[in-house]
Ligand binder design. Structure first.
Ligand SMILES: *Cc1c(COP(=O)(O)O)cnc(C)c1O
Length: 399
């Protein structure tokens, strides 16, 4: 391995997780660990728990955090909620719903899946029909991926909740908000979400390393009834006032310090303002992609504007155009790190992340880097993309 020379300036991080970290978060984490009986630790954990509750819109939902990533939090849900040999309905959203389903099956649970229509959100009618068909109520829960980061499609939680209600089925409504919490509005109590899943490294502006769940009353009851053997992930073992009990061992101290600082930043800006900023930056990216698409070589993966995520935009490339080449050149020559396609979309899309600690200038930098990479590679695209993005930002900042 040769060492690369130092690159002047910043390499922009526009993956949809991990995301750019605020200086305040980095500063907060740059501390010596504290001892596990220090009362300050109790305060830090309490601030993180109440901040996550507030962000997720729940008064009573219990927060349990794990030293884990999002896949760890998925396993938490499976082990606590699903009895051995039981079933779960997982509507198809693409890579992330498939991955969660595989994890369920590997742990001995059965999955019922609805088909994924590429580029489209979950159809609530599919969910209703699958639940109606389950007359014996073997399905314990519906696991919904709110924003599938691989396809950049966001599904309508209210419509899905209504579909579950219409079916008359008692299944719990479980939502993976890993890619949406902190970027898009979520109201766990008002939307009657029984269990919410999150992770640190996306909208929360933290490094990877904390996965968490927020547990509503019905999910807590279901876990108590569930005879599946479990230990480390078990909610029942995570009660008690001391951080050592809450984490089943040593907590990820410095990440918790960072989380408190990051949540403070979101509340200082105002949660509504954070969501509005995400909508504006997403609209700027989408205006650029719309302009780029005129030449036919690149286009939105999600054809429906209303279903496009505020967190990330997946851009498909025409046959013969390698998205990995665009991505690699953008990173290595123009210092803009974007993401590639996951699972079935590898080699078919590239993705621009626009969530977390970002502002208008950073978005323009990212779009400029992608344009420079496409131009270098001879990929045809409408050359007014950056201009259209500026127009959106000017209009949005004036209103
Ligand atoms: C990123 C992501 C995950 C997985 O998180 P990891 O921390 O990478 O394990 C799960 N669900 C969604 C929707 C995600 O975007």
């Amino acid at each position: 391995m040769t060492h690369s020379p130092r690159i002047p300036g910043t390499r922009f991080l526009h993956s949809p997780g991990p995301t750019h970290l605020p200086d305040e978060v980095l500063d907060a984490m740059h501390r010596q660990p504290i001892d596990l009986m220090d009362p300050r630790l109790i305060d830090i954990v309490a601030a993180c728990e109440s901040g996550l509750q507030r962000l997720a819109g729940t008064a009573a939902g219990e927060v349990i955090m794990y030293a884990a990533n999002g896949h760890g939090a998925w396993e938490v849900v499976i082990e606590n909620l699903l009895p051995p040999d039981s079933s779960v309905l997982i509507p198809g959203t693409g890579h992330f719903s498939d991955s969660w389903a595989l994890q369920c099956e590997a742990l001995g649970r059965h999955t019922v899946r609805t088909p994924w229509r590429e580029g489209h959100p979950i159809d609530p009618q599919d969910v209703e029909a699958a639940l109606r068909e389950d007359r014996e109520h073997r399905i314990q829960a519906v696991f919904v991926v709110h924003t599938d980061t691989a396809s950049s499609v966001t599904s309508d939680l209210d419509a899905l909740r209504a579909a579950v209600d219409r079916s008359g089925h008692p299944a719990l409504f479980v939502v993976d908000a890993v890619a949406s919490l902190g970027a898009a509005p979520l109201a766990m109590d008002a939307q009657r979400i029984d269990l919410l899943v999150g992770a640190s490294q996306k909208g929360l502006m933290l490094p990877p390393g904390i996965g968490f769940v927020i547990i509503g009353a019905a999910a807590a009851e279901a876990a108590k009834r569930n005879p599946a053997p479990r230990f480390y992930w078990d909610w029942g073992r995570r009660s008690g006032r001391m951080a050592y009990q809450k984490f089943c061992g040593t907590p990820p101290l410095n990440l918790l310090m960072g989380m408190r600082a990051g949540l403070d930043l979101l509340f200082q800006e105002g949660v509504d303002a954070v969501h509005a900023r995400h909508r504006l930056l997403a609209a700027a990216v989408q205006a650029a992609v719309q302009a780029w698409s005129r030449e036919g070589a690149v286009d939105f993966f999600c054809p429906t504007p209303a279903a496009r995520s505020v967190s990330v935009t997946a851009i498909r490339t025409a046959a013969g155009i390698d998205p990995e080449a665009i991505r690699t050149l953008a990173r290595e020559r123009f210092q803009v790190a974007i993401a590639g396609g996951l699972g079935p979309l590898h080699g078919r899309v590239f993705r621009i992340g626009h969530l977390g600690d970002l502002n208008a200038a950073m978005i323009l930098g990212a779009l400029g880097g992608v344009e420079a990479a496409m131009l270098s590679l001879g990929v045809p695209f409408g050359r007014d993309g950056l201009q259209r993005a500026v127009d959106v930002l000017v209009a949005g900042c004036a209103s």
